[in-house]
Design a protein around this ligand. Structure first.
Ligand code: PLP
Length: 441
């Protein structure tokens, strides 16, 4: 019997690719062999505009010379040092740099290697913090439908994407989900939808059911990315903050996508003027050059661990590669460039140009929604014969053929240009997208 695998080139067979239809990919591979600035070069020698900033991470474009140099220099000086009981000076310098960019009193930094690890770390911090304060009955966590918080068991438990959950057992106990703050009245909003703050009231209902004293933390992406870019309605995050504060519940903003400029500010928290207790980051932290994440924590949480942890280890958690010297060097160089190039100001200046350009594509028979904020946006495509992803996956494929890399997420195509993009770059992106949409029909 002919088997799909027989079509797979032997050279591609060993690599089990993540979040990818392996058989389809290996039958028709998209191989990116090098990159420079805002473009990838494919194995067949074509230039592809990076309309997804790698995977929301390459904010400054690729192979930024100062980041490359920082990594090279660090590799020749100190390639690795453990962070368990030892440290290297760069880790402290970077923590100071990052703390200064975080809102209010979120001035302590814990290093991880990815967004998923940042989320697991934040959830454990929340549970541990309450226990150390004598509120060990606060064991429940609240996430959101459509939320993406990485692929650890904590992250998929508080997350709300069904395919990421359904294969993997019963999840963490004691987790509830609020609805995604989105409905048809918000379609084609350019920026934050005007109405929808009432979606935060679902939290009150969950708290009534379980009693607020049992809840440790609420985690949300301030602007949701992976599910297909969902922008918080005006007043929604403010209301979540008010409810959590009233009941002594920690609020975690998962800013793995939004931290470091995606919305024109160092954090979405700063953009929306809402201060959570913990912020998770990764991706643009070091331009995606070396795997890295970081968790920024309110001083009361840090102090809670320091004051109650006795003489020994205060937090039984960490990674072999926490504060990896190469990742730290790349992050310090990246953060310096954000300031020197005034990158966040570029996003603020061009946000409406980008948003307006996306909206010129919408309101057709095939595009049923356009959503955007900062330098992130998504188009939702109508299905062909009611088959999920039928049109969006054709757009994804055709865009690549037309020299544009985008992100496919269900019936959505997400777009996230590098934060240094100019008007001309945005024009290139939108022209290639328009051509693709016309060709797919
Ligand atoms: N949290 C959010 C909001 C994300 O968007 C992502 C990745 O897209 C993650 C967590 C997981 O990050 P990673 O893939 O680095 O583990």
């Amino acid at each position: 019997m002919a088997h799909d695998n027989e079509r797979i080139n032997d050279d591609l067979a060993a690599y089990w690719m993540p979040f990818t239809p392996n058989k389809g990919f290996k039958a028709n591979p998209k191989l990116l062999v090098s990159a420079d600035g805002l473009y990838y070069t494919t194995s067949d020698g074509r230039q592809v505009f990076d309309g997804s900033s790698g995977l929301w991470c390459c904010a400054l474009g690729h192979n930024q010379p100062k980041i490359v140099e920082a990594i090279r220099e660090q590799a020749g000086k100190l390639d690795y040092s453990t962070s368990f009981g030892y440290a290297h000076p760069g880790a402290f310098e970077l923590a100071n740099t990052l703390a200064a960019r975080m809102p209010g009193d979120l001035n302590h930094i814990f290093y991880t290697n990815s967004g998923s690890e940042s989320v697991e770390t934040a959830l454990k911090m929340a549970l541990g913090y309450h226990r150390l304060r004598g509120e060990g009955e606060r064991v429940r966590l609240v996430g959101r439908v459509g939320g993406y918080h990485g692929v650890g068991f904590g992250g998929i438990s508080v997350g709300g994407m069904v395919n990421n959950r359904k294969f993997f057992g019963a999840m963490l106990p004691g987790v509830d989900h609020m609805p995604l703050p989105y409905d048809d009245t918000m379609r084609f909003s350019n920026g934050q939808p005007e109405n929808g703050a009432h979606y935060a009231d679902a939290l009150e209902e969950i708290l009534t059911l379980h009693d607020p004293s049992t809840v440790a933390a609420v985690i949300v992406e301030p602007a949701a990315g992976s599910a297909g870019v969902y922008v918080p309605p005006k007043g929604y995050l403010e209301r979540l903050r008010a409810i959590t504060k009233k009941h002594g519940i920690l609020l975690i903003f998962d800013e793995v996508i939004t931290a470091f400029g995606r919305l024109g500010y160092a954090t979405a928290s700063e953009r929306f003027g809402v201060e959570p207790d913990i912020i998770t980051t990764a991706k643009a932290l070091n331009n995606g050059a070396v795997p890295m994440g970081a968790v920024a924590v309110h001083k009361d949480i840090y102090d809670g661990f320091m004051d109650n942890g006795g003489e020994g280890v205060e937090f039984f958690h960490g990674y072999t590669y926490s504060a990896h010297p190469l990742a730290v060097a790349a992050a310090q160089a990246t953060q310096t460039l954000y300031d020197e190039l005034d990158v966040y100001a570029n996003v603020r200046a061009l946000e409406s140009y980008f948003g307006d350009a996306l909206h010129t594509l919408g309101q057709t028979d095939t595009i049923v929604d356009v959503r955007n904020i900062g330098f992130m946006g998504a188009l939702t495509f109508a299905r062909i014969d009611d088959k999920p992803m039928s049109r969006s996956s054709q757009i994804f494929q055709k865009a690549y053929e037309n020299g544009l890399k985008v992100r496919l997420s269900g019936d959505n195509i997400a777009i996230a240009p590098p934060l240094v993009s100019t008007k001309q770059d945005i024009d290139v992106l939108v022209e290639r997208l328009q051509k693709t949409i016309t060709e797919v029909g």
